[in-house]
Design a protein. Structure first.
Lengths: 365, 38
């Protein structure tokens, strides 16, 4: 995940802005996120109302898809003017806040069980996918560090893993932008392909959610891919993806040690401090809210309100996913990193689908 | 080779998101905001 903080400052302004002006600069983009997200919700509700009142059988198309499609249309036709960009970049912030709030919908026991299964599957998928990506990178003659970034991005946590790994392995800006572009483009494609595959294979909500959480790289896209299938699948996708995110520090540390041993990156001093720095802190917030829900800190009605707050936060996120995806810009990055990413993603998607099938059969999701 | 500031920024973002989410959850818990509808 790209950080909103990285991009929240309006492009082209060298002077740091005061806090008040930075907050003001976010408002146009926030309004755009709200408008696009709410338009998605409005379209879903309008279609549902119309088809119901006219007794028409029509599949429910979730607001998630509408919000993403409207965002994509704006980003790829009109473009997103600079005045909106800082606010639009906050979609990552809303994603993280939404995930923390979603913790209220999990009992700690569920997290322990499903998170444990996810962890097991992540470990298997990770080992195989990292190996595969490196073989693939070598075959396509990509630079080794670009291959490392693509491997980290596709096996762990998309853009945030690439951002975390880049300084640790001292990779070039150009390599990082190639890897990020490839991961974002493939994430956008997964939004349209994963639900179709899931439905054609008649996957259960849990199995599909687990698959989306394990195979889709970027947290925003994984959340959206899950929610496109069903509410329950979205919940499981977030949990599986959060488990993957929690491992980011270990993988980045592994790569940092590897590249340092080859004299091509700075040696890692305090490893525990390194792990803590790379650990996504929102995972702790998610666990804390879940703990509070488990001990009965909230009433049933309050839990519903918190879950709804989470959905509102995700609504802004999904609008942002569409608005920040510019296919023309992504296409400029060259075909080879994209090809390696795409082949790797297909491999990971098939691998994780097999793992989920196995887990469903033997561990009874 | 040095560690730039990007990781620290992402930590801040995470922390802000957690603080906002917890604050909202507490507002709901102590009925300081009306029930949130979807």
């Amino acid at each position: 995940m790209a950080t909103a903080a990285n991009t929240a400052r309006p492009v082209g302004l060298a002077e740091p802005l005061s806090l008040g002006r930075r907050i003001l600069a976010l408002i146009p983009g926030l309004l755009l996120l709200t408008a696009v997200g709410y338009a998605g919700k409005f379209i879903e509700q309008s279609i549902a109302l119309y088809t119901k009142s006219h007794h028409i059988t029509f599949p429910n198309i979730e607001y998630v898809l509408w919000a993403i499609v409207i965002g994509l249309l704006i980003a790829n036709t009109l473009g997103v003017p600079r005045v909106f960009q800082a606010g639009v970049a906050t979609y990552e912030f809303w994603l993280k806040a939404g995930i923390v709030l979603l913790g209220s919908r999990f009992l700690l026991g569920d997290i322990w069980r499903l998170g444990g299964i996810s962890l097991l599957l992540v470990a298997v998928a990770l080992t195989l996918s990292l190996t595969f990506m490196h073989v693939l990178g070598r075959s396509f003659k990509l630079k080794p560090k670009l291959t490392s970034l693509l491997a980290v991005g596709s096996s762990i946590c998309g853009v945030s893993a690439i951002i975390a790994a880049k300084p640790a392995i001292d990779a070039d800006d150009e390599d990082a932008s190639y890897a990020i572009a490839a991961i974002l483009a493939l994430g956008a494609l997964s939004l349209f392909t994963f639900p179709l595959i899931g439905h054609s294979l008649h996957l259960s909500d849990k199995a599909y959610g687990l698959w989306a959480g394990l195979a889709v790289d970027n947290t925003a896209e994984a959340t959206a891919a899950g929610a496109l299938y069903s509410d329950a699948a979205g919940k499981v996708a977030v949990l599986a993806k959060t488990t993957r995110n929690a491992l980011i520090g270990f993988i980045v540390l592994g790569y940092a040690i590897y590249w340092a041993s080859r004299g091509q990156a700075q040696a890692v001093g305090n490893k525990a401090e390194f792990l803590w720095r790379k650990f996504p802190k929102f995972v702790l917030g998610f666990l804390l809210i879940s703990l509070l829900a488990t001990v009965g800190f909230f009433t049933k009605g309050q839990l519903t309100s918190i879950a709804n707050l989470s959905r509102w936060a995700f609504l802004l996120t999904f609008a942002g996913v569409g608005l920040r995806t510019n296919f023309r810009e992504l296409g400029k990055q060259g075909w080879r990193p994209f090809a390696v990413g795409a082949i790797g993603e297909i491999f990971i998607a098939i691998l994780t689908l097999g793992l989920v099938y196995g887990a469903d059969r033997f561990l009874h999701l | 080779m040095s560690e730039p500031t990007a990781p620290r920024r992402s930590v801040s973002l995470d922390v802000y998101a957690v603080v906002l989410a917890l604050a909202l959850a507490l507002l709901v818990r102590f009925n300081l905001i009306p029930a949130v509808k979807w």
